[in-house]
Design a protein around this ligand. Sequence first.
Ligand SMILES: N[C@@H](CCC(=O)N[C@@H](CS)C(=O)NCC(=O)O)C(=O)O
Length: 174
Amino acid sequence: MGYVPALVDGTTVVSDSYAILLYLEEKYPQHALLPQDLVRKSINYQAASIVSSSIQPLQNMVLVNYIGEIVSPDEKLPWAQYHIGKGFVALEILLANYAGKYATGDEIYLADLYLAPQLDNAINRFKLDMTAFPLLLKLNKTYNETPSFQQILAETQQQHTDKSAFDFIKLQEA
Ligand SMILES: N[C@@H](CCC(=O)N[C@@H](CS)C(=O)NCC(=O)O)C(=O)O
């Protein structure tokens, strides 16, 4: 589809973040992406699925730009904010009883890998008002302070301003 991410591991190429994470999980089982506890595991599955199926596809630039073309450029930002906000309402409730330092406890798990880039996207690209999402805002702060997330988030933020495909902010500021 021409989308990122894609993982190149020797001669193996794996595309789509879900497939990439499952590949890495099997290849490096010493860094488990899921907790042992079934309920917490299920919270991770739900959070990852909400982001990957019910938020990200609706705010992908392909769709947002299409909305801009067939409806109006002025509808791009409200469209994205509405769909991200709807998912964030669900995530804020879902994680309320499970979050610790990270989304489902004090360890980094699958949910965090989906939440960190989605939160960064919502806040830095789509300027979502996070007032109603104190837990998600706290998690975003933690990700920004966690070295393993810092490098990738910085690279993503740079892409937001550099790549012509990611011209959304520039459009809004014009
Ligand atoms: N289901 C795919 C979605 C991938 C996707 O939407 N990638 C976006 C960036 S987050 C992309 O490559 N967009 C390029 C474009 O819109 O032209 C995954 O989870 O990897």
